[in-house]
Design a binder for this molecule. Structure first.
Ligand SMILES: Cc1cc2nc3c(=O)[nH]c(=O)nc-3n(C[C@H](O)[C@H](O)[C@H](O)COP(=O)(O)O)c2cc1C
Length: 257
């Protein structure tokens, strides 16, 4: 029972850490985190983990992640997690049948590659926590897939998703707000939530993130959190251009929905 409680405590206390004390992760620790990662539930293990060890490669990633380059430089371990339908296709080819990845339609395998990767990442995050490390995930690869694909020489069929950065905690940020359970959970059928619940959450988010000085601290921008959220999600010519490029990359790399 005590063990069960300690795992729960670890889960409910987790928060993203973006300030690391510089240092390197011993190989045996990285191995424990990776072994825990691959035990996650999976369909076809359609992922690839690329551990960044070379200083120059790390610097080039830091260049691609403007605003969060310090975080990457100080992280004890950096992993690029990719959805890998290239290897899955090769594996199915070996079975010698007419399989779905040969077709233009394989939404289930495409979605599963992302789900497989997400479960892997979360297991790695929790393992890192259990070993006393903090972590954060960065989504620059989602918006710059071609740059990451070039840097890491990804073959066709591999889509870079997230960077998982793990390191020794150099900050103790507060727990960040979540929607109330009643907004994300319903019973027996889909029940929508009221605007009041959503507005209350947005208010809590604004208060909490501003109290933490989140935007200024992590991005250097001088604005309130909800203003930042609007900026990150605005539909304009710039976001349309990025999304067109991402969509094109996905289609060219076996991610067919
Ligand atoms: C798909 C995804 C992309 C994310 N991208 C970034 C990122 O680029 N930079 C960053 O600092 N945090 C990133 N995060 C971390 C979230 O900002 C963080 O989990 C969220 O603010 C909640 O805070 P918490 O993890 O401390 O509870 C990302 C998280 C997810 C799931």
């Amino acid at each position: 029972m005590r063990k069960r409680r300690s795992v729960l405590k670890l889960l409910t206390n987790r928060r993203s850490i973006r300030v690391f004390k510089p240092g390197k992760m011993p190989d045996e620790i990285a191995e424990m985190i990776l072994e825990a990662g691959v035990r996650a539930p999976t369909y076809l293990q359609s992922y690839k983990i690329i551990q960044v060890k070379d200083k120059e490669v790390k610097e080039r990633i830091a260049d691609l992640c403007e605003g969060q380059d310090e975080l990457i430089k100080n992280a004890a371990a950096v992993f690029l997690i990719c959805a890998d339908l290239h290897r899955t296709r090769r594996m199915l080819d070996l079975l010698g049948h007419r399989h779905v990845l040969k077709s233009d339609k394989h939404p289930v395998e495409s979605m599963s590659a992302i789900i497989d990767s997400a479960f892997l990442i979360e297991n790695m995050i929790i393992a890192a926590e259990a070993l006393g490390y903090g972590s954060t995930v960065l989504d620059y690869p989602l918006v710059k897939p071609r740059e990451f694909a070039n840097l890491f020489q990804l073959p066709k069929g591999v889509t870079p998703l997230l960077l998982l950065c793990i390191g020794e905690r150099g900050e103790v940020p507060p727990l960040r707000p979540r929607l109330p359970l009643e907004a994300v959970l319903s019973t027996d059928r889909y029940e929508d939530v009221s605007d009041e619940i959503l507005e209350d959450y947005l208010r809590r988010l604004e208060d909490s993130m501003n109290r933490e000085n989140y935007v200024k601290k992590y991005t250097g921008l001088d604005m309130k959190f909800l203003e930042y959220l609007r900026l990150r999600t605005v539909l304009d010519d710039a976001s349309k251009k990025i999304y067109d490029a991402v969509e094109k990359y996905l289609k060219e790399n076996l991610m067919k929905f």
